[in-house]
Design a protein around this ligand. Structure first.
Ligand SMILES: [Zn+2]
Ligand SMILES: [Zn+2]
Length: 228
């Protein structure tokens, strides 16, 4: 499914086309896509707030699939391995950010489905360093959203320095937060999680409660406790 230009999402902007199978280059693997999630960034790409660097483009960056063909010099994977592919598709490996393990800040980074074709296709190609093994405990469909919404939330949770027994506030309850609450409740069973969502988003608050939120409210509300 390709997008050929900027347009409103209501206009069914994705188009089914036949394309040649991509050929993996040196150090790259070709992945047969099993599942690819939808991220809000795709809507931004389609509607021009973050347009792809070329058209047509195959969007999609929450990819789970199986390695199906190896390019030259691939050492990390073999055919049949299940992998995930995320938003970051390539980074220079040489700049100060890359050398610190902060490739997400690399000025030259390429993004899946924005600068290179992504996951809304039968096949996609990715450098082996940016494909991640997916453990068997997840189904393809369960694994896909972890590749963007999941990693964003996990990273943010890690940066909080969270410890068991402390209070965690989630501001907004969309794709990322609904995963992070599950991680937090699993890793920190004695923590309290307070969830703020936009006023009138009762569905989000209901889901938060179902997933273990200790308090839910609107963004301007005062939670029962400000800190541990
Ligand atoms: Zn995303
Ligand atoms: Zn770099």
């Amino acid at each position: 499914m390709v997008v050929k230009g900027v347009s409103p999402v209501e206009g069914k902007p994705l188009e089914l086309v036949d394309l040649p199978d991509p050929i993996p280059g040196t150090g790259e693997v070709r992945v047969k896509v099993s599942a690819c999630g939808v991220c809000h960034t795709e809507l931004d790409e389609i509607e021009g707030r973050l347009p792809p660097s070329r058209f047509p483009m195959i969007l999609g960056h929450e990819i789970v699939g199986r390695v199906e063909r190896l390019g030259p010099e691939v050492t990390k994977f073999k055919e049949g391995d299940r992998v995930g592919i995320a938003w970051i598709n390539w980074a220079c490996g040489e700049c100060s950010f890359c050398l610190k393990g902060e490739e997400n800040l690399c000025d030259k980074a390429k993004w899946t489905g924005k600068d290179v074709d992504g996951g809304y296709g039968q096949y996609t190609v990715v450098p082996q360093d940016f494909a991640y093994p997916v453990p068997e405990r997840f189904s393809d469909v369960q694994g896909a959203p972890l590749l963007c919404a999941g990693v964003i939330g996990y990273r943010a949770l890690r940066l909080t320095g969270m410890e068991d027994g402390k209070v965690l506030g989630l501001y907004g309850f969309g794709a990322s937060a609904h995963i992070v609450i599950q991680i937090a409740k699993y890793k920190y069973p004695r923590c309290k999680v307070f969830v703020f969502s936009r006023p009138k988003q009762q569905e989000h608050q209901n889901l938060a409660q179902k997933l273990g939120a200790d308090w839910t409210g609107a963004t301007a509300d005062t939670p029962p406790q400000l800190r541990h």
